[in-house]
Design a protein around this ligand. Structure first.
Ligand SMILES: Cc1ncc(COP(=O)(O)O)c(C=O)c1O
Length: 458
């Protein structure tokens, strides 16, 4: 039996014939029927026709609760009325002026007030562009080339941002000095050579590696929560070690808060009390429209200033466009401390409920994460880094995929890597529904786990 013929995959196909038909059309115009690698999963993703609050409707008319929120970017869920109203107003006034607009300044004022490290900022059109500009700023500031990134860290759709993203056991090397590994066949050797890979959450090893490479390192870039590899939070001790070593060696410390910003009103850096030199932004600050940003210490950000002697050039057609600003502004205004705390508590309940569901089903599975960010993993021990997460994935074979498809049939959408995040559109009701969906999915899955992946039976 191929994976495609699995009875639970067949059930998914029976559940979603309209999405399957649209996928067949998509295959003619998109490679593999997909225009975004992260949104694709086998046998095909659901086609969504509309969404409001935390509910999406698919092409077959099912309603699914959205715990993916466009990969964490929709902190208010879909089509929040004041965002819709603001965007409608703005589009009638023009979408992108190629000039300053007041709403750029309004949104930047909110962000600089809230995030401790951000004295000044620049908007970009994506998180990838934000991390790119942070790295360029660090290279210009230090005159050095190499960048230290974390094993399992993800910083966008360019090579350096994805080096050693998936640390496969046969090629990752020793934990104390991981190999610099390409993700696919497109990586130039020069990028691999310019990237020093650091083990996550290992302060002593990080300190040794920084000492070894200190004179060549322009920047250390780190996600305070390892977003693509299990939602693993960094410890305060680890981030403080990076902070101290960076300061001691004239290295720029960059926090990539594209995902982690939502765990606290002032981002993970406020929560953990560790302040980087530069911060990369994205996702929630755009209120659902494409966005990114880089911000930080005023003296470093001044390198982007047209008044600077040799400015770091940052052009970008849609950076700070008025339409995105018009969505971001009401979104960030509504994401106040109370709402931030509320969705964090909802996610605590989600994690507890998920953990209980796995225990009751007698199947190995855990909910990792922090704040409003959650990931199901199959590790036997609490996750410390991406190796723990990946090792669990490898043991669980195709079970995660079947779990994801089952959850969709039971009305709950997550990322196919089983990442869930809460939104302000949710209440206890949605958390209870998601937990019930997991219970039902695990009941259905258990006989297959017993025969196809007995390693996961407790
Ligand atoms: C931590 C992190 N940094 C950067 C990016 C890149 O952002 P974008 O997809 O908007 O380019 C992402 C995207 O998921 C991310 O998770």
């Amino acid at each position: 039996m191929t994976q495609d013929e699995h009875p639970l995959v067949t059930k998914y196909r029976e559940f979603s014939p309209a999405s399957e038909a649209l996928h067949e059309r998509a295959r003619k115009v998109f490679p593999g029927g997909d225009t975004r690698s992260s949104a694709h999963f086998a046998p095909y993703p659901l086609t969504i026709t509309e969404a409001s609050g935390c509910v999406m409707k698919d092409a077959d008319g099912h309603e699914v609760l959205d715990f993916m929120n466009n990969f964490t970017s929709l902190v208010h869920g879909h089509a929040r009325p004041e965002i819709v109203e603001s965007v409608q107003k703005q589009i009638a006034l023009g979408s992108a002026y190629g000039a300053t607009s007041q709403n750029q300044i309004d949104l930047a004022e909110i962000i600089t007030e809230r995030i401790p490290s951000v004295d000044q900022m620049r908007f970009t059109s994506s998180g990838s562009e934000g991390t790119t500009m942070a790295i360029r700023c660090a290279r210009a500031a230090t005159g050095r080339q190499k960048i230290m990134k974390m094993e399992g860290g993800y910083h966008g759709s360019f090579e350096l941002a994805e080096v050693s993203l998936v640390p496969m056991p046969d090629s990752r090397g020793d934990l104390s000095e991981p190999n610099s590994m390409p993700l696919d066949g497109s990586f130039p050797d020069s990028v691999l050579k310019d990237t020093v890979i650091c083990p996550y959450n290992e302060p002593e090893m990080a300190k040794n590696l920084i000492e070894k490479h200190h004179s060549e390192l322009a920047a250390i870039i780190v996600e305070p929560v390892l977003g693509s590899m299990g939602m693993v939070p960094a410890t305060r001790e680890f981030l403080q070690t990076l902070r101290d070593a960076a300061t001691a060696n004239g290295i720029i410390l960059i926090f990539d808060e594209v995902i982690s910003l939502r765990i606290n009103y002032g981002g993970a850096q406020k929560f953990l009390g560790v302040t980087p030199d530069l911060t990369c932004l994205g996702k929630i600050i755009g209120g659902g429209l494409p966005v990114g940003g880089v911000g930080g210490r005023a003296d470093l950000m001044q390198l982007f200033s047209p008044d600077s002697a040799s400015p770091v050039v940052h052009a970008s057609t849609f950076s700070g466009n008025a339409l995105t600003m018009s969505a971001g502004l009401p979104a960030m205004q509504a994401f106040n401390e109370d709402e931030c705390n509320r969705i964090n508590v909802l996610a605590d309940k989600l994690r507890d409920g998920f953990n209980q569901a796995f225990a009751q089903a007698g199947i190995l599975g855990n909910a990792s994460g922090i704040g409003s960010l959650t990931n199901i993993n199959f590790s036997e021990k609490p996750l410390n880094d991406s190796r723990d997460y990946l090792d669990g994935l490898l043991v669980s074979k195709h079970i995660g995929q079947l779990l994801h498809l089952g959850m969709l049939r039971h009305g709950v959408n997550s990322a196919s890597r089983l990442m869930f995040c809460t939104s302000t559109a949710m209440s206890d009701r949605e958390i209870e529904k998601a937990i019930a969906a997991l219970q039902a999915t695990l009941d259905e899955l258990k006989p297959f786990v017993e025969t196809e992946c007995p390693e996961l039976i407790l």
